[in-house]
Design a binder for this molecule. Structure first.
Ligand code: BDP
Length: 686
């Protein structure tokens, strides 16, 4: 498998110098190991101090209490600007570090081993710039304490979802055909990749917990412990998805009622055993009463009762339960517009604000429906000030081209994280996820990796994993700059041609690729015009007359879902002002979300000055042209990147082009036939 963003050559600068590593601990050993390997390759030297008195170019040191002055004084001495993130008190916390250039030596100081590890990867990222005398002294801390990837991996091959539910990059890194893979070398490499972009926890199994997977909690716990052990040196903690019915399915109890004492005792005992084997275990993830999963509703209890049951079992050990807010009726009547799936999470959860225990995190999908390439931000994220909230993103490209299409999601996630649900005066979604001093629910993404040699099948999809980690560390990073970092680390060290051409080409292909994808797929926020089941490629009416609650309501006069209070489902009323008013108004609603909130005539004029129907035609023609241009650009770097990678991307771009043409033709034809309105530019639409 390929090294992704940590090819040995990315360590050239660090590895060709004298380096001092100071401190003790498992993660310090990891730093030492990384530095030693780099130095062995590039001729540097490494000392494990004390003593301090060596002539090093780089010092990576863990400060022992009492031995070194406090960080505030020390940063002041080094002229460090305060960390942009985290507590303003100057503390470095468990994961922070101070990076500075002092008298010709680059210094990384941390108070805890994880900080040293993150600091070392920062030095790797900077390359030569880390040794520049102009390097600004700065404290660094993650904005969010929890930066988590949820793997939707099954232990068994599931008849419908396979080895990985919505996985597009081969088999699982953890499981194969019903058993653990024990592939420690690969797992360890995965841990490195995660640490290098800042991810500090993963969930090792699917949120849809089938029978074999349920047993990871009990008799198959050893496999989880083994995974935790391999990832621990990289500061990555393990979480488990559990079934709410576990006391029945695994424990033989007659009930899983959250208020039943036997059930509480069962969870307490099961959880105690987990912590005996995995002392730093992160916690549980639960999908309950959703898409057929068991939950508290069966016992007449609500989701606060359900979540608090598990919270109580985890609390003595410092664990958290991440309870998913993705709860809706997937058996609804498509003729009944009053049952709006977009409303479901808020209807269920907003009234429960204040009822959750401290170690409950409510994990909310970023949008009200389901990971579409365009949705408004979920109103739940503005409705529960007394609850710890995590924001859930989808790195696996279920609805964004399934890792056959290039779709760099950094700009989309950045837009979500910077959104201010209460208007300019209020905080951002990133603030909601950060909670107070970073201790909020954090940022979570559904993972996009598998055992494919390129990790993500589409080599360019790696950028989404990288960007997720970096945005979770610092949500204010600029997506183009993250991409640049990723290109620098991943591609340039191994480029076989002019590096600047490679960089330019990558940017040209990827910077705007999410918007390109949006242009040739479902228009103006309406979403879900995909093939039912697997969700790849267009199907104009695939979900239109089904019970799933995902409709576009196109008819001969117009298209879109009326979610207004005045005439529709009332969903706009779940937002606080100003958005409740902005979304309610056809005139003020942003173009890209118009059809999410309104049913409008085809000749409705957008802010752009174009009619809805002409916008649909134009964007679909443009989207396909943009993919054609991507393909052309990629051809031009044939000699400049590894041929195996080049071939893989080229083959995917061919498929993306074919698929984009299919989308364009089906969407345009469909709306032409519905509306009868010809293209203003006379282009051929069937
Ligand atoms: C949907 C996926 C489904 C997941 C579900 C979830 O299609 O496979 O189980 O989300 O998040 O997008 O639970």
């Amino acid at each position: 498998w390929h090294a992704a963003w940590l090819p040995p050559a990315a360590f050239r600068e660090l590895g060709s110098r004298p380096v001092l590593v100071h401190g003790e601990g498992l993660l310090v050993d990891t730093v030492l190991d990384e530095v030693s390997r780099a130095c062995a390759r590039y001729g540097g030297r490494v000392w494990h101090g004390p003593p301090w008195q060596v002539d090093a170019d780089l010092v990576l040191a863990l400060r022992e209490a009492g031995r070194v002055p406090n960080v505030a004084a020390e940063s002041a001495r080094l002229g460090a600007t305060p960390a942009v993130n985290g507590a303003g008190d100057g503390a470095l916390g468990d994961e922070g570090y101070l990076l500075a250039r002092v008298d010709g030596v680059t210094v990384v100081l941390a108070d805890a081993p994880a900080g040293l590890l993150y600091g070392m990867f920062h030095v790797v990222r900077l390359g030569a710039a880390a040794f520049d005398d102009e390097l600004p002294a700065r404290r660094h801390r993650p904005a969010l304490d929890r930066r988590i990837l949820d793997h939707w991996d099954n232990v068994d091959i599931h008849p419908v979802s396979g080895q990985i539910e919505r996985g597009y990059a081969g088999g699982s890194l953890f499981w194969r055909d019903g058993a653990a893979r024990h592939d420690h070398a690969r797992l360890r490499d995965y841990g490195r990749l995660l640490a290098a972009c800042g991810v500090n926890a993963i969930t090792v199994n699917n949120v849809n917990v089938h029978d074999t997977e349920a047993r990871l909690l009990t008799d198959r716990l050893g496999d989880v412990a083994e995974t935790a052990q391999v990832l621990r040196p990289y500061g990555v903690r393990v979480h488990l998805s559990v079934s709410f019915a576990a006391p029945v399915v695994l424990g033989g109890l007659p009930t899983a009622d959250p208020l039943d004492d036997r059930v509480r005792a069962w969870w307490a005992a099961a959880t105690r055993r987990v912590y005996q084997r995995i002392p730093d275990f992160g916690g549980y993830v639960v999908k309950a009463d959703s898409e057929g999963r068991p939950g508290p509703f069966a016992y007449g209890r609500d989701h606060a009762d359900g979540a608090n049951l598990l919270a109580e079992a985890l609390a003595p050990h410092g664990g958290v339960v991440r309870w998913r807010a993705f709860v809706y009726d997937h058996r609804q009547d498509w003729r009944d517009r009053s049952t709006d799936r977009a409303r479901a999470a808020h209807d269920h959860f907003a009234p429960l604000d204040g009822r959750f225990d401290d170690n409950v995190i409510l994990q909310v999908k970023f949008g009200p429906i389901d990971f579409q390439p365009r949705e408004p931000v979920s109103p739940v994220l503005a409705a529960m000030p007394a609850t710890r909230l995590a924001v859930e993103l989808q790195a696996t490209q279920e609805y964004t081209g399934q890792q056959r299409h290039v779709c760099y999601l950094g700009p989309w996630w950045s837009e979500v994280l910077r959104f201010r649900p209460r208007g300019e005066a209020g905080g951002t979604i990133a603030d909601v996820a950060a909670g107070r001093a970073g201790a909020g629910g954090g940022l979570v993404a559904v993972a996009n990796v598998g055992d494919d040699p390129f990790w993500t099948a589409h080599p360019l999809a790696q950028a989404n994993l990288y960007a997720f980690g970096r945005l979770a560390w610092d949500p204010l990073l600029v997506p183009g700059a993250i991409l640049d970092e990723w290109i620098d680390l991943t591609w340039l060290p191994v480029a076989t041609g002019d590096p600047e051409t490679v960089r330019r080409t990558m940017h040209a292909i990827m910077d705007d690729s999410w918007r390109t994808y949006e242009r040739y797929t479902a228009p103006l926020g309406v979403g879900f015009m995909v093939r039912p089941g697997h969700h790849y490629g267009p199907d104009v009416d695939g979900y239109e007359y089904t019970p799933w609650g995902t409709y576009h309501f196109a008819d001969r006069d117009g298209v879109g879902v009326d979610r207004t209070r005045a005439t529709g489902t009332g969903f706009t009323g779940q937002y606080p002002p100003p958005w409740s008013e902005v979304y309610e108004s056809r005139e003020r609603c942003p173009d890209e979300l118009l059809l999410f909130f309104h049913h409008v005539p085809y000749r409705h004029v957008l802010h752009s000055g174009r009619t809805v129907i002409q916008h649909i035609y134009d964007t679909h023609f443009a989207g396909v042209e943009e993919v054609a241009a991507m393909r052309e650009r990629w051809r031009l770097v044939a000699g400049a990147v590894d041929p195996a990678v080049h071939d893989r991307v080229a083959e995917r771009l061919d498929e993306q082009f074919r698929s984009a043409v299919e989308w364009r033709d089906q969407i345009n034809t469909y709306f032409f036939r519905k509306s009868g309105v010809p293209d203003a530019h006379g282009r051929r639409i069937h």
